[in-house]
Design a binder for this molecule. Structure first.
Ligand SMILES: NC(=O)c1ccc[n+]([C@@H]2O[C@H](COP(=O)([O-])OP(=O)(O)OC[C@H]3O[C@@H](n4cnc5c(N)ncnc54)[C@H](O)[C@@H]3O)[C@@H](O)[C@H]2O)c1
Length: 454
């Protein structure tokens, strides 16, 4: 059993804290956001993540996890201090903004006491060199205060995905631990032993780079398949078959080959841009990564253009039922969600939007205040000119499409996530427009539609 503090209780910090508690450790989660701590002290999770609430409740009941706004008490009670604060993108340069990390470094330098032996673990995604620099900054602050304490910093990037974060944490493909201090490396590696996953111990710089390179490669797969999808549209190939055929090759793998409206979220967009910046700073022009970013930005515009072109540029007075807002299913995270740009594009052209998302509607309201929110997909579709799918929630795959068709003013479905087979949709009488697949003519006659409506 180790005593662990997690500083920054967001998507990564909370999952890390709850999972380490579940593995038998004593965890104290700290956050500067008092509201978040109050919510957690009531036993509620501030975020939606499958399985998280249950695990949180169970470990609060076992007395293994607690929450505080006091970094001092967290440091006094814990030998291992995980940093999981945000590292957002600097909108001007694209580089990672480390102000939260440096703030924690300053605060740690002020609260660590003489005689304490603390391992500080960087879980946040940070540019190469940050872990070493963090250790120096904390030690410098301690020296200024004439505090004699032993502090080592370790890089331990997180690879979980929102939407399956608990499972990803508990069943990782690998754990990466980077430090030049063998004892600290062993201490952090040991925390993950119960998971039975391979642990790769490296220098801190390599560990930090592994995280960026992994995200960049996954983002590159998405942009690559989206570019191939755009080519498919021009030549009559079907991207779903193409991706399946390509993904069957074990050297390539089937994951991250879903064509659509591109990646979003709090990681891929900022981490790819941060790596472009890191490369540039090191004198390397990253042609591949620049293209990955550019293709991704263009992909959501391209989908919006499809809708605009379908109506000959005249969207004024039309209403769209948008199904799905979150950047991906099983999360309420709206950061960098393609839905934001696409909906804003529709609204800017005079269209109205009624949207439905199973969990992200309240999170969406801050970025999308000018649309209406519906209690279910059918209410959103009632009287709309078309439905637009922007997140591939399983719930949408189970939609009663006949009912949807009856409710829509016109049977038109734009699918940014390719969740339906085009032929099935056209047999149901839909005009179905998706990504990377040739449009199939509507196979059901309007008379037949009229009869089934009666
Ligand atoms: N979200 C993901 O899927 C994911 C996956 C892997 C890695 N990461 C990385 O993990 C890091 C955290 O990401 P996130 O999505 O959990 O961020 P988040 O914004 O959800 O959470 C960060 C938390 O840190 C808190 N915080 C900021 N400064 C603080 C301070 N000085 N003291 C205490 N708390 C403070 C904030 O209040 C917030 O609750 C980022 O570097 C991110 O790139 C994220």
């Amino acid at each position: 059993m180790s005593r662990i503090a997690v500083i920054g209780t967001g998507y990564v910090g909370l999952v890390t804290g709850v999972c380490f508690a579940d593995l038998g450790n004593r965890v104290l989660c700290v956050d500067s956001d008092r509201k978040k701590i109050e919510t957690l002290l009531r036993g509620e999770s501030p975020i939606f993540e499958p399985g998280l609430s249950e695990l949180l409740t169970a470990n609060i009941q076992r007395g293994r996890i607690d929450f505080t706004s006091s970094l001092q008490s967290a440091v006094d009670q814990s030998e291992i201090l995980f940093i999981a604060v945000g590292t957002p993108q600097n909108p001007r340069t694209g580089e990672a903004d480390l102000s939260f990390v440096w703030q924690v470094a300053r605060q740690l330098g002020r609260v660590i006491r003489s005689g304490q032996n603390r391992t500080v673990v960087v879980k946040s995604t940070v540019p190469v060199g940050t872990t070493v620099s963090l250790e120096k900054r904390i030690r410098a602050e301690l020296a200024r205060r004439k505090v004699r304490a032993a502090v080592t910093a370790v890089s331990n990037p997180e690879f979980l995905r929102e939407g399956s974060a608990v499972r990803d944490f508990m069943e990782p493909d690998r754990v990466v631990v980077g430090s030049r201090d063998a004892k600290s490396r062993r201490k952090i590696s040991a925390l993950y032993k119960p998971l039975g996953a391979p642990v790769l111990e490296t220098e801190p710089e390599s560990s930090e780079m592994i995280k960026y390179a992994s995200n960049a490669l996954l983002a590159a797969k998405i942009s690559f398949i989206n570019e191939i999808a755009n080519v498919c549209e021009g030549v009559g190939a079907d991207i779903m078959d193409v991706a399946r055929g390509v993904g069957m090759d074990k050297r390539i793998g089937a994951h991250f080959l879903s064509a659509g409206i591109g990646y979003g979220g709090s990681c891929f967009p900022k981490d790819t841009e941060a790596l472009v910046y890191i490369a540039g700073k090191g004198g390397v022009r990253s042609h591949i990564l620049e293209s990955v970013v550019a293709v991704n930005r263009a992909q959501r515009r391209r989908f919006l253009d499809k809708i605009v072109r379908f109506y000959g540029g005249r969207l004024k007075g039309r209403r769209f039922a948008v199904l799905g807002l979150a950047f991906k299913p099983n999360t309420d995270d709206m950061r960098e969600a393609p839905a934001i740009d696409i909906i804003r594009g529709l609204v800017k052209r005079g269209a109205q939007v009624s949207a439905y998302d199973p969990v992200a509607m309240s999170a969406a309201q801050a970025s999308l205040p000018r649309i209406t929110y519906a209690p279910d997909p059918y209410a959103a579709a009632q009287g709309a000119d078309a439905a637009v799918i922007l997140t591939e929630w399983n719930e949408f795959k189970e939609l009663d499409l006949r009912k949807l068709r009856r409710l829509l003013k016109h049977p038109v479905l734009f699918d940014g996530r390719n969740i339906f087979p085009p032929r099935q949709l056209s047999e149901l009488g839909f005009q179905y427009i998706s990504v990377g697949r040739a449009a199939v003519p509507v196979l059901r006659s309007p008379q037949k539609r009229q009869r089934s409506r009666a």
